[in-house]
Design a protein around this ligand. Structure first.
Ligand SMILES: Cc1cc2nc3c(=O)[nH]c(=O)nc-3n(C[C@H](O)[C@H](O)[C@H](O)COP(=O)(O)O)c2cc1C
Length: 139
């Protein structure tokens, strides 16, 4: 069985008024389904988009991505990577989460994610670096 890591970015279709409630719903469902399949990863959200890293057995990641692609709460998905990996980076997280808000906007900004430059426009290496920084912020 091979362990894979999939990374994609998308445009959010959430409307501002419902965004927080919908984000909480997405995370709750995602964590429940991922825990059953031992899928781990990290979801990054901005008002305009998402970037997500999924790790797990190839068939579980493919099934999960299929479900994610069909979700009308986002659009224009860009599959950025699907690689075999030796170990998980987000082991223990059915889905870690970070949002660009007042406290994190500085870190997002360092990686070029600002209101003008959206997260779905960022290349793979930038998204992986941003995820690493948000996941284990330096003191
Ligand atoms: C940004 C985003 C991230 C998602 N992440 C996951 C995920 O990690 N795992 C998963 O099984 N589904 C994920 N989903 C898909 C939803 O869980 C899926 O659409 C849901 O199971 C069905 O929606 P429902 O709440 O209407 O039943 C994601 C959807 C969106 C929009």
């Amino acid at each position: 069985m091979s362990l894979v890591r999939l990374v994609y970015a998308s445009r959010s279709r959430l409307v501002e008024a419902d965004r927080r409630v919908e984000l909480a719903r997405i995370l709750e469902t995602a964590r429940q389904l991922n825990a059953e399949r031992h899928v781990t990863g990290f979801l990054m959200a901005t008002p305009g988009g998402f970037a997500q890293i999924l790790e797990g057995e190839a068939e579980h990641v493919a099934e999960t991505y299929g479900r994610i692609m069909a979700d009308p709460r986002h659009a224009d998905l860009r599959l950025l990577a699907q690689d075999i990996i030796d170990e998980r980076r987000f082991a223990g997280w059915a889905m870690a989460f970070a949002e660009r808000d007042e406290t994190t906007q500085f870190i997002f900004g360092l990686y070029g994610v600002s209101p003008e430059t959206e997260i779905f426009e960022q290349p793979l290496d930038v998204l992986l670096d941003l995820a690493g920084e948000l996941y284990a912020p330096r003191a």
